[in-house]
Design a protein around this ligand. Structure first.
Ligand SMILES: Nc1nc2c(c(=O)[nH]1)N[C@H]1C(S)=C(S)[C@@H](COP(=O)(O)OP(=O)(O)OC[C@H]3O[C@@H](n4cnc5c(=O)[nH]c(N)nc54)[C@H](O)[C@@H]3O)O[C@H]1N2
Ligand SMILES: Nc1nc2c(c(=O)[nH]1)N[C@H]1C(S)=C(S)[C@@H](COP(=O)(O)OP(=O)(O)OC[C@H]3O[C@@H](n4cnc5c(=O)[nH]c(N)nc54)[C@H](O)[C@@H]3O)O[C@H]1N2
Ligand code: SF4
Ligand SMILES: [Mo]
Length: 684
């Protein structure tokens, strides 16, 4: 028997943990964390441990599928790709290249090959329309930080003496961080503040503020009011390295803790207490949930407030605050666009900030482009590494739109709900079945990390790596010059045109970590903002007609904003708290994970439950203005009364995105107001 251990990394989610894969006769048997990994240091979550069951799942697609007379037939790669090429050429002839949308999901964030080849193909084909999860995830906070600091500084909590977990539960979404915080909690000189409508596991050792969902800006403004009026800000930093402080001082006067108490459900005394701890215990690091604050009609401004808090307290570019790392010099394999993608005109800052162009359009505009031909018709799509029918808001609209295309191809290892709508499904192999490059820009702890990603097993069935699928399709469409590579290694080398980087990665099997952080950068050079300083007041936002300093806006649906809706739907629905077992819509087929988390459960406070005739374990109907569904309830006194928390990623009748629409959105980024939807619950 041939027994081997291979070093690689897990690409099931953005944290990209190092792994040791144990293989017997070519079959993956067991996966462990990799202690030598410079960032994850042996950490592994249940999904990583369950990788053997994931890759060998009976549900894996093993051949291409082609829809014939309404039903999928197994076909050869030649047949499937010839069909795709013919259809894509037809669409181009009939409607022009821009009528194709290439759509890439969150896997594209952690898997550079998946994203790069999707992007390269769209460039070669000539469409500007690359759509991605960026329009519901991450981009808002990146933009908010760029607008404030000129670049994108990341959380650097290692030396922090105060951490605020703001709308974030790392035990579900960022296991390594949860471990790191638990270690820090052993130190008497460390303070943890949790801002969340739910008491998370880490709340037990924290100052916990139970907030009304969607009101974080009111809290942030009131904290600024306290910090400024009590003189707790960093005067030296503010005076020398920021612009707009006098305007900010004036602006926050109206936002007193007493004002915020009414809005946020948090006592004014607790707001003051949290502001004082945060400003005085420093260095302090706000660790921001990605979804809770950004997916809001005022999401960019919510994120801006956190940047302003970090700035006035002097927690920018210091150890324990927010800091930027260096860039890793990877080759850019994308091709130039001839025109802007959909949404660029309506969302100019999202699409291009100070000439830095975003490579993607506004994904939530896709249904409108397909169904209404606005701003022009999109008639074909290739969706890779995404399951928008389950993961995007207004799921029914996405489903209807994708069903109305002239041509839809889906590239995925599994037959997802989105793939079920396709004309052709192309089986991608998983990351364990291909070699490549792993690259993480500091989503973990503030610095970039890269590693040669080692192939662990041969592709399952007749599945192919993403690069090969796009390349073979490209060659069939006369675009072969853009896809010269034939092997995983050639593709990896294409990214590694910088010889020094290549040598460094080859010399470090567990990867290279670019730990040199750019501390006190503001003392050394002008920042990348137009003023060269930290912009508390943003002239750029003002010039575009937005608030230069954030204001508070009620959530799109709320007792105050839409009282008539509130009468019918008196509870607040939040969705998408992460669970260790699943990445979004994935892994439901992996038995050991499913056994631990067998069905979606909607959480509710026991008092709220009994008010509406419900009890722990019963089925309830959850209804919003957009739709209704049935789900089992779990009562927990950890969640604020009046709130219902529903997990995302479950398909079919448990798809929470059937309850969420796209009517209300952030005017700067088009992010939907995903989190604070009014709902009712009744016994099913
Ligand atoms: N296991 C697992 N990990 C993942 C993922 C996954 O699918 N599975 N997805 C990854 C991705 S793509 C992302 S974007 C991140 C998401 O990461 P986050 O968005 O940080 O998600 P969570 O850590 O679950 O934290 C969300 C918390 O916000 C709280 N919350 C809800 N509404 C509000 C509100 O209005 N205000 C405040 N203050 N809190 C609120 C919820 O109760 C919940 O505890 O996770 C990543 N990690
Ligand atoms: N209600 C609600 N909805 C949400 C959220 C929420 O908090 N609440 N969160 C949102 C967020 S932050 C995000 S990022 C999105 C995520 O939305 P998506 O990216 O659409 O979700 P995933 O389930 O991760 O879809 C990834 C797909 O890629 C496939 N895949 C895996 N590996 C490969 C590969 O190597 N190649 C290819 N081609 N495919 C592969 C998987 O099988 C899966 O079908 O969900 C969003 N949806
Ligand atoms: S799924 Fe788990 S093991 Fe894999 S990268 Fe994410 S946190 Fe790490
Ligand atoms: Mo995300």
């Amino acid at each position: 028997m041939l027994i081997e251990t291979k070093i690689s990394d897990c690409m099931l989610c953005v944290w990209d943990c190092g792994i040791k894969a144990h293989i017997e006769n070519g079959r993956l048997m067991k996966v462990e964390g990799l202690p030598e990994h410079p960032v994850t240091k042996g950490y592994i979550c249940p999904r990583g441990e369950a990788l053997p069951s994931y890759v060998y799942s009976a549900d894996r697609l093993t051949t291409p599928l082609l829809r014939e007379k309404g039903r999928f037939q197994k076909v050869s790669w030649d047949t499937a790709l010839d069909y795709c090429a013919e259809k894509l050429n037809d669409v181009k002839k009939k409607y022009g290249a821009r009528s194709l949308a290439v759509f890439c999901g969150s896997v594209g964030v952690e898997n550079i090959e998946v994203a790069t080849f999707a992007r390269r193909f769209k460039g070669a084909y000539g469409t500007p329309n690359l759509l991605s999860v960026e329009n519901i995830c991450y981009r808002t906070r990146i933009l908010a930080r760029q607008l404030t600091f000129g670049r994108y500084p990341l959380d650097d909590p290692g030396d922090a003496r105060c951490i605020i977990l703001w709308g974030h539960n790392p035990d579900g979404s960022k296991g390594m961080l949860a471990e790191q915080i638990r270690e820090k909690l052993n130190d008497n000189n460390f303070e943890l503040i949790v801002i969340n409508p739910k008491r998370i596991p880490l709340s037990e050792k924290a100052h916990h503020l139970t907030i009304r969902p969607g009101t974080d800006a009111a809290l942030g403004l009131a904290m600024l009011n306290v910090i400024i009026n009590e003189g707790l800000y960093d005067k030296e930093f503010v005076d020398n390295y920021t612009v707009g402080f006098p305007e900010l001082v004036e602006h926050v006067q109206q936002y007193t803790p007493e004002w915020a108490q009414e809005i946020t459900w948090i006592n004014a005394a607790d707001i003051k207490g949290a502001a004082r701890i945060y400003a005085q215990a420093g260095p302090s690091c706000i660790i921001q949930g990605i979804n809770s604050l950004d997916q809001h009609r005022n999401g960019l401004q919510n994120s801006r407030l956190l940047s302003i808090l970090q700035a006035v307290t002097g927690n920018f570019a210091v150890p324990g605050g927010w800091v930027e790392g260096p860039r890793i010099p990877l080759a850019n394999l994308s091709l130039k666009d001839q025109e802007a993608p959909i949404g660029a005109e309506e969302y100019p800052i999202f699409s291009s900030l100070w000439g830095r162009k975003a490579p993607f359009g506004i994904a939530t505009l896709l249904p409108q482009a397909i169904l209404e031909g606005k701003p022009y018709p999109i008639r074909a799509s290739i969706i890779t590494a995404a399951n928008p029918v389950v993961s995007f808001p207004a799921a029914h609209q996405f489903k209807e739109a994708l069903s109305n295309l002239d041509f839809l191809a889906v590239i995925d290892p599994f037959l997802t709900e989105t793939a079920e709508l396709a004309d052709v499904v192309l089986p991608a192999c998983t990351f364990l079945e291909k070699g490549g490059l792993s690259y993480v820009y500091g989503v973990v702890f503030g610095e970039p990390y890269a590693m040669i990603h080692h192939k662990v097993i041969e592709p399952v069935g007749d599945s192919w790596p993403d690069w090969k699928i796009w390349s073979e399709l490209g060659r069939r469409m006369g675009m072969g010059e853009y896809f010269p590579w034939q092997t995983d290694e050639e593709v990896t080398n294409a990214f590694l045109q910088d010889g020094e980087l290549k040598d460094k990665l080859n010399a470090n099997p567990a990867g290279a970590y670019y730990g040199e952080k750019q501390y006190y950068i503001y003392k050394k050079k002008k920042l990348g903002t137009p003023s060269g300083k930290v912009e508390l007041y943003s002239q750029t936002l003002k010039d575009h007609g937005y608030d230069p300093i954030p204001v508070y806006l009620e959530p799109g649906q709320s007792p105050v904003n839409t009282p008539e809706l509130y009468e019918k739907f008196p509870l607040i629905l939040i969705s998408g708290e992460r669970a260790q077992e699943y990445t979004h819509t994935q892994q439901r087929q992996v038995l050991e994970l499913r056994n631990n988390n067998p069905e979606p459960l909607a959480e509710i406070h026991p008092v709220t439950a009994s008010k509406y005739g419900l009890a722990d374990g019963v089925m309830a109907q959850i209804e919003t203005k957009s739709g209704k569904m049935k789900m089992r309830m779990r009562t927990t006194d950890k969640l604020a009364p009046g709130v219902v928390s529903v997990p995302h990623g479950w398909g079919g009748n448990a798809n929470v995105n059937m309850l969420v629409d796209m009517d209300v959105f952030d005017p700067i980024t088009a992010y939907p107001d995903f989190k604070t939807v009014l709902c009712s619950v009744t016994p099913a």
